[in-house]
Each structure stands twice: as C-alpha cells, then as structure tokens.
Ligand binder design. Sequence first.
Ligand code: ATP
Ligand code: MG
Length: 256
Amino acid sequence: MKKEEAILQIKRASKHFGGFYAVNDVSLEVKRGQICGLVGPNGSGKSTLFNTILGLQKPDSGDIIFNGTRINDAAPHQIYNMGMVNAFQIPHIFPSMSVLDNILIAARDYPGENMIESLFLRRKWQEKEQKLIEEAMEILKFVNLDMLGFALTSELSGGQRKLLEIAKGLMAKPTLFLLDEPAAGVNPVLGKKIFQKLQELTQEGMTFLIIEHRLDLLFEFASWIYVLNKGIIVAMGQPHEIVDNPDFYQAYLGEK
Ligand SMILES: Nc1ncnc2c1ncn2[C@@H]1O[C@H](COP(=O)(O)OP(=O)(O)OP(=O)(O)O)[C@@H](O)[C@H]1O
Ligand SMILES: [Mg+2]
C-alpha cells in the first residue's frame, strides 16, 4: 500500500445519546505514517469518536474505514487483530500484576495458559515466551520503564502508568495507534520524550491519532490537526494554520 494513502477514513459519522449528538456528521482522514491530532474543549466528543473507531460504541450513521475495510460492525477484538490499538485516557492495567506481566498479556501471540501448548509443546512454548519477554523488555526500555519490569503496577506513578499503557499498545505491534491524552499527568520533560518516541515510530511506518490537551506538545509533533467542537469538526489543517484559525479559538472560548 502507498504511504500517502489514508490508513483511516471516517465518512459522515454520527453518534448520539438520546437526542444529544456527541459526534455529529464527522468526516476525517488519517494518513499512513502521520501523527494526526484531535483537539477540542472538554465534552466536545473526542473520546466518543475514538470509541466509535475502536468498535467500543457503534456509530449511528456514517462509515469507519480502516485499511480499506469498513469496520462499523466489527467487534473491538477484530479491529485489534487488524492492527489498530489504543491507549485509554485512564490506563487499563492490572494493579496486582507486575509491569512485565501487564505488557506480556498485551502481546498479540502471547501463549498464556493454553493447556495443549504448555503440556505438549513445552519447549516451543518456552522459546516463544522467552522471545516475547525480550521484546517486552526492549519496549519497556523504549519508554524508560525497564528498571521497573518486576515492580507491581500499583507502585507506579500516574505518569508511569501512562507509559505502561503506551508500552502495552506497542507490544501489539499496531499499524494505527490511538492515544487519548498520552501526556496528561506526565511531567513536561517526559511528555516531550513520549512525543519524540512516537515520532521515531512513525519512521517505522506506525501511524498515530492523538487526543491531547497539551496543545504546545501536540502542535510541535503533529503534521495535521482536527478541531472538534460540540461533536462537529470546526477546523482542520497543519498546526501553524490552526493557530491562525479563528474557529479554533472560538471552540475553546465558547459562545460570546
Ligand atoms: N455513554 C454516554 N451517554 C450519554 N452521554 C455521553 C456518553 N458518553 C459521552 N457522553 C457525552 O458526550 C459528550 C462528549 O463526551 P466525550 O467524552 O466524547 O468528550 P471529550 O471530548 O473526550 O472530553 P474530555 O476532553 O473531557 O475528555 C459529553 O457531553 C458527554 O457527557
Ligand atoms: Mg475524552
């Protein structure tokens, strides 16, 4: 597939709760290998839009197309298996498990407790697990958590949990990674490091769609921004265009 092709296309998608439209006739495209930003004030529908892309909430109308396939009716695990993963606004991790175990269970081909494999294919299973552990340790190193591999996740700070959530996503080797506020609760230096790391991953062909309230960071690294207000895309463009767009400020300042 060509690099300039869109990996994700949303065509006229809407999602309403009763009579309230959280996402209202939204169309957008995310290009392969891009860091694409989605911004907007609180309650503008960003997370709801993510949920409809991920198959967690079905859109009421419109089309969600991932890698050329319409995924409106696909279940979250099917979409995950197609190569799209996400990191939640609030990290979804198991607190009583170690950092390493949390990331291992996110591996797409983790053998886990498969009885047949563990009984009859013990050596193969061990080799596979060893390889996955090495991969996991490399990813933990990438997000600066390698010293905490055997710590319990309950011992991690809020920022470290964010990093673990990102590491879990990377372990699944996604082609498209949706991140909901990766820099929230993370100190400014680490926040910038996270974005630098994501940019490195675009060199390997990974694509990111990122919701972020830290606009300074997002605008430094994203190549395209969509601005959502009350469920509607009110502005789009390169970061330098967005900062000159009155509709962007209007979205944040609200009605006069
Ligand atoms: N399951 C639901 N039922 C009813 N209303 C909902 C539901 N989920 C979201 N909403 C409403 O939809 C609107 C958009 O919410 P959403 O969480 O998508 O906003 P957001 O842009 O992610 O906000 P934030 O920046 O605060 O995370 C809000 O008014 C919210 O109250
Ligand atoms: Mg949100």
